[in-house]
Design a protein around this ligand. Structure first.
Ligand code: UD1
Ligand code: CA
Length: 466
């Protein structure tokens, strides 16, 4: 097979998005749309991948930095798609073989279609092969004008005659080109059209006039949808979500209402897990099997074991949750919350950078930050780790089997020994030895008859009514 190079066009302003953010960085199912394109491109194992940037070039480059094997070329000003491809000439001038051109705003293209494009192109030896699709509503796309079976040219929506606008076969903006002679051909493109841009689509006619073959590959219309507006962004995102849901359901996950589940592309979920309506699972999250995730839960880049129950309205970010744990309703697990097997966290409990050991519980109204909590510990309602002294964050350590009574403040750094008890309402400022009882509240006094005496003192004790 001829050598393969990939160029991705991502320099355009994306005017129709009405956004300060470059179009290719808008997210589709949790990932910038260009990341979807790069992931598909990588399946061809190309010899090089070049991204053409221009509008907000620095933002696009920095969003993609850290990805191995990418080169960037800058197109400034942006004079159209042909001009964009020409800016990659310095990188590809001395290369031979096939160039596959992708568009940063067409994120759903499948690896299968890309493979078919390459095979078709390489086997026919054409100068160019265009991926097309037959669609219900071709509005906005370039139309494929054929003479007989052969593609004759591509005409843009804005330049098309009323008759041409009736054509339902559209240009996907994805092509394979023979590198030989390509850049010379692009130099002969003129900007003689309504938009005064250098159109890459003009190459079809140029090659045909040179007597070189141009081929087409017809794809499924959903995968070549381009994103030019917020509406299209929402539509394409919906398609990605639907695909993801189908994939998960086929693998044994119950999604009670696929219309209201939001599950990002890279999420992994095990069989027999049940996802209730209105759940959002984002980023690089993995969820084991036999879990149940109730409505209103949002999970971001977290690792969840098997048999875990997350009750309604929890927010879980970059946390770890062990097997058979139970969380919520209304719990907030922040970065580096680490619940071990069978741990339980209840309503209005917030954890940050805290290990909650196996079988330990914090069921009501607590803040646990920078703490290491052992196994089978009971954290009473209203327990607060006072982890911040205004300058630094300090650690609280609670050893196995300790019992922390309700309304306790643990002023860090502090350690509660194994099996110790802390009485309700205690402010713990010193370490508590294993098996000791810590109490700090003063002795309780009852003043008999206090209420009646207080009322007698008042000159007028008739209740105020409104
Ligand atoms: C383009 C095609 C159209 C096709 C459609 C498919 C042309 C002239 N038209 O139209 O036939 O149906 O894609 O989605 O090619 N870009 C640059 N530099 C530029 C201009 C654009 O890098 O100077 C990039 C954009 O960032 C985008 C891609 O090229 O990723 C396509 O540009 P866009 O303006 O969206 O073209 P369309 O009008 O959609
Ligand atoms: Ca487009």
């Amino acid at each position: 097979m001829p050598e393969l190079h990939i160029v991705i066009l991502a320099a355009g302003k994306g005017t129709r998005m009405k956004s300060a953010r470059p179009k290719v960085l808008h997210r589709v199912a949790g990932l910038p749309m260009i990341e979807h394109v790069l992931a598909t491109a990588a399946t061809l194992a190309p010899r090089s991948t070049t991204v053409v940037v221009g509008h907000e070039a620095a933002a696009v480059e920095s969003a993609l930095k850290g990805r191995a094997g990418l080169s960037f070329v800058v197109q400034e000003p942006q004079l159209g798609t042909a001009h964009a491809l020409l800016t990659s000439e310095p990188v590809l001038r001395n290369e031979a073989g096939t160039l596959v051109l992708l568009s940063g705003d067409v994120p759903l293209l499948s690896a299968g279609t890309l493979m078919r494009l390459r095979e078709r192109h390489d086997s026919t030896g054409a100068a160019a092969t265009v991926v097309t699709a037959r669609v219900e509503n071709p509005y906005g796309y370039g139309r494929i004008v054929r003479s007989g079976e052969q593609i004759a040219r591509i005409v843009e929506e804005k330049d098309a005659t009323p008759a041409e606008r009736e054509i339902r076969e559209i240009n996907s903006g994805i092509y394979a080109f023979a590198l030989r002679g390509l850049f010379d051909a692009i130099r002969s493109v003129a900007a003689q059209n309504v938009q005064k841009e250098y159109y890459l689509t003009d190459l079809v006619e140029i090659f045909r006039k040179q007597g070189r073959a141009v081929e087409t590959v017809v794809s499924n219309p959903d995968e070549i949808r381009g994103i030019n507006s917020r509406r299209e962004l929402a539509e394409v995102s919906r398609i990605v979500r639907q695909q993801k849901h189908v994939e998960l359901m086929d693998a044994g996950v119950t999604i009670e209402d696929p219309d209201t589940a939001y599950i990002d592309r890279d999420v992994v979920i095990g069989p027999d897990t049940i996802i209730h309506p209105g759940v959002s699972i984002e980023g690089r999250t993995t969820i084991g099997s036999r879990c149940e995730i109730h409505s209103g839960v949002r999970i971001i880049s977290s690792q969840i074991g098997d048999g875990v129950t997350i009750l309604n309205h929890c927010v879980i970010t970059e946390a770890l949750i062990g097997d058979e744990a139970r969380v919520g309703p209304f719990a907030h697990l922040r970065k580096d919350a680490d619940l071990r097997a069978q741990a339980r966290v209840g309503n209005f409990v917030e954890l940050k950078k805290t290990v909650l050991g196996a079988g330990s519980k914090s069921m009501h109204l607590a803040y646990l930050g920078d703490a290491i909590i052992g196994e089978k510990v009971n954290i009473g309602a209203g327990t607060i780790t006072c982890n911040y002294d205004g300058t630094v964050k300090n650690k609280t350590i609670i050893d196995d089997g300790a019992f922390i009574g309700s309304d306790t403040q643990l002023v860090a750094p502090v350690t509660i020994g194994a099996g110790a008890y802390v009485g309700s309402g205690t402010t713990v400022r010193e370490n508590v030895p294993p098996k000791a009882l810590a109490v700090s509240a003063g002795k309780q006094r009852n003043i008999e008859g206090w209420v009646d005496k207080k009322k007698q003192k008042k000159p007028d004790n008739t209740p105020v009514t409104r």
